[in-house]
Design a protein around this ligand. Structure first.
Ligand code: ATR
Length: 292
């Protein structure tokens, strides 16, 4: 019998998670199926419970074991689980649910996925770096803790609405102290005089809106690395801007997507898939129109 998994979102038709998890399953010999499930924004909890409780429609299908959750349900996902990992609580959101645990357990693998992508796919060591994180919404909250865990020397959070950056920084004060990182919130107006950064991460939603990057070019250290948490053509506005102003490397969010999925898969199945071949296959798939 095949264990069942899915990704919940609204919209979810674009999600590459089924491709990624089926590839992991083939690679590791795990017997599972993985679908997309779209539900209306106010129907998440009911849809999820109905799916978990509903008997399988076919004899070859086994129990529902877990799911991924994408926007806008990551905050609700955390609230629906009786247990949650420390990193999910710190992020205030969950992208993974595990139904094997009584009452369900929630995790957030987004930030660890970003760190793993930068380390394993890009060869980047974050310890000692000066990092600028742009944005203070759900995406930024998901990555801040795991970035701090790597021990950067300085990490600045900057957001259009400064109070949100300050709140995020306050919530992570203990993590920053433990990793000896100088963690600060600076308003966009303060950024031109804030020095330069080795790693500049766009976690704002400007890319999805096709808008200009919400940071001045002075923040980019010569030869720095720019990262946008989204992937595909949307990421290019920020990444091309950074390359034009002195960044040496531009990394989109596709590697993070595969890495966060691998961490979720490992949590469910107890085996760690190799991410690099799946990332390469996914890039090729997205580059060929009509193939997805
Ligand atoms: P996500 O889950 O993608 O993080 P979100 O929680 O709505 O979505 O957060 C969006 C982030 O992008 C916020 O940091 C937002 O800034 P505000 O907190 O001021 O709203 C940021 N953002 C969106 N549009 C922006 C713009 N035009 N300029 C600067 N920042 C913007």
């Amino acid at each position: 019998m095949l264990d069942r998994y899915a990704v919940f979102g609204f919209p979810v038709a674009h999600s590459q998670s089924p491709f990624i998890h089926q590839a992991f399953a083939e690679q590791t010999g795990q017997r599972l199926v993985y679908d997309r499930r779209e539900c209306a924004p106010d129907a998440f909890a009911d849809s999820l419970r109905a799916w978990v409780d509903q008997p399988a429609e076919a004899a070859h299908l086994g129990p529902v074991r877990g799911c991924n959750v994408t926007m806008p349900f990551k905050f609700d996902a955390l609230r629906l689980a009786r247990q949650a990992s420390d990193r999910a609580v710190l992020a205030g959101a969950a992208n993974v649910l595990n139904f094997d645990t009584p009452g369900w357990s929630a995790d957030n693998t987004d930030g660890a996925g970003l760190v793993q992508d930068l380390r394993d796919h890009e060869g980047l060591v974050l310890q000692g770096l000066h990092i600028l994180l742009i944005g203070a919404g759900g995406a930024a909250a998901g990555v801040l803790g795991p970035l701090l865990d790597e021990g950067p020397q300085r990490l600045v959070v900057s957001n259009r609405t400064h109070a949100k950056a300050e709140a995020l920084v306050q919530r992570h004060a203990a993590v920053a102290a433990a990793s000896h990182t100088d963690l600060q919130a600076l308003s966009p107006e303060q950024l031109p005089g804030a020095g330069t950064f080795d790693l500049v991460i766009n976690a704002s939603s400007t890319s999805l809106a096709g808008q200009a990057p919400p940071a001045p070019p002075q923040v980019l250290a010569e030869g720095c690395c720019a990262v946008d948490l989204v992937y595909g053509p949307s990421a290019r506005v920020f990444l091309d801007w950074a390359l034009h102003h002195g960044a040496a490397r531009a990394i989109d969010g596709l590697g993070m997507l595969v890495a966060q999925a691998a961490l979720a898969f490992e949590g469910w199945r107890g085996v760690r898939p190799q991410t690099a071949p799946v990332l390469a296959a996914l890039r090729a798939r997205l580059a060929s129109p009509g193939a997805h």
